[in-house]
Design a protein around this ligand. Structure first.
Ligand code: FMN
Length: 152
């Protein structure tokens, strides 16, 4: 999808109609690895892909998504939060590019079972993903949703 159309079409998808393929997952994980992170410290982050229905059932607020990808980090500070946002956003766009439904998720971080995360890492931000029947069409984006001041 052309980049600006893709950005205008992006929206939270919370209805999923099936599991993603391993090939689709691979492209999403590639996009995560292509994300910028503070100081280029990629080893401070981990990606945990949760597809086990028993584990997913323990996590609230994921809208029955068949896949939940959790970004976790060490030494949590503002850089780790912002970088995790960039990682998740890259994954969101890669999901959308493949016609998949996905959504950002911060609300479920506290219910991610610690035993599925690597030792010493805390869940920061996640992406729910699945097949969807929803269509992506460019939206009219109001220019004042985020107030702007230009200094020049
Ligand atoms: C940092 C962040 C955290 C979010 N956490 C959640 C969440 O826990 N659950 C949820 O359903 N949506 C979550 N969202 C999605 C937002 O609610 C959604 O992107 C916003 O309402 C705008 O809607 P749109 O994405 O359809 O344009 C989150 C988005 C961001 C950026």
């Amino acid at each position: 999808m052309e980049t600006l159309n893709m950005i205008k079409s992006r929206r939270a998808i919370r209805k999923y109609s099936g599991q993603i393929t391993d090939e689709q997952l691979k492209k999403i994980l590639m996009a995560a690895n292509a994300a910028p992170v503070s100081l280029g410290s990629y080893d401070e982050y981990r990606l945990t892909v949760i597809q086990d229905p028993k584990v997913l059932a323990q996590i609230g607020g994921t809208y029955d998504a068949p896949t939940f990808i959790v970004v976790s980090a060490q030494n949590l500070g503002s850089s780790q939060y912002v970088s995790s946002g960039a990682i998740v956003h890259n994954m969101e766009l890669a999901a959308q590019d493949q016609g998949l439904g996905s959504n950002y998720n911060m609300g479920s971080m506290r219910s991610v079972p610690t035993e599925v995360l690597p030792d010493g890492f805390s869940a920061v931000f996640g992406l729910t993903v699945g097949q969807t029947t929803e269509k992506f069409t460019p939206r009219e984006i109001p220019m004042d949703r985020i107030k702007i001041n230009i200094v020049k």
